[in-house]
Design a protein around this ligand. Sequence first.
Ligand SMILES: [Ca+2]
Length: 289
Amino acid sequence: MNLLRFLLVLLVLMMAFGIQAVASVSEQSNDKHQQARYSELGDLLTVEQAQGRFAWLRKCYDDVLVELWERMHASSDIVDKEEKLRQLKALWLSDTALAAGKAQYLTFANTDFTNPYQWYAGTSAHEACSIMPVEYEPVALKTTVLPRSYCENRSYEHEWEWISEVTVDDSTHQSEKHDHSLISGKVFVLRANQASKVTIKPGNKEPEFPSYVAARVWIDWDHNGQFESSEMVYRSASSGVFKFLLNVPATVPEGLTLMRVATDAGGGSNDACTRIHYGEVEDYLVTVR
Ligand SMILES: [Ca+2]
């Protein structure tokens, strides 16, 4: 494992979420492309899932945890395995961190920050162990930012149509084609009682013959972990780029929540949890201030 890069990502994440970095790391190669790919890894966990991740790793990959402890401590002291695991858990899942809704957890991917096998480490000790792809390694220690989990949605087919770019005001996220992306490392900022300019660019396998796709956007305004029908903030259909003004209600609570963007050449559904046919679902963190 490239420890420097691991720490770099950690640092980037901490800065992205406004957390004081405790580590001071100098890393010359600031590869924006890698960071962009990294942000598509998703794997955003709730506090409970972060606890489950540790328990699952302890059950299935305790050697990975031990190796991390040894790298962090650069120590030749004889400390038994159980003590190393106890210390890691105390560091990442302390009572203080849990009470604050924060917890830390490892996320895994290929060394180029991609997840070609769509493999994710478990999030509960009850989950069966699965075999990590051989080239995978821990790529970041993340801090939980997702207060609750949401219904899954992904497309059956994403070879011909997908979402290539989403912009909210001055902030843009470009991405490759996936059936579903949970974007980490980027948070769109919305201002209560104001309008934000949103652009959604569909991707097409044959750009000269763009598909006619339906686009929908939902935001969990009330932070209850569900996309009610009243929370569908946009619906349209076109073979071009979608542009609209997103009015942010004056009354929505401040803080972090989820925005779901879906495009479907099969027409899609007004239900944010109904699986789409030909396109992509992208979930973004948004913060209302
Ligand atoms: Ca809601």
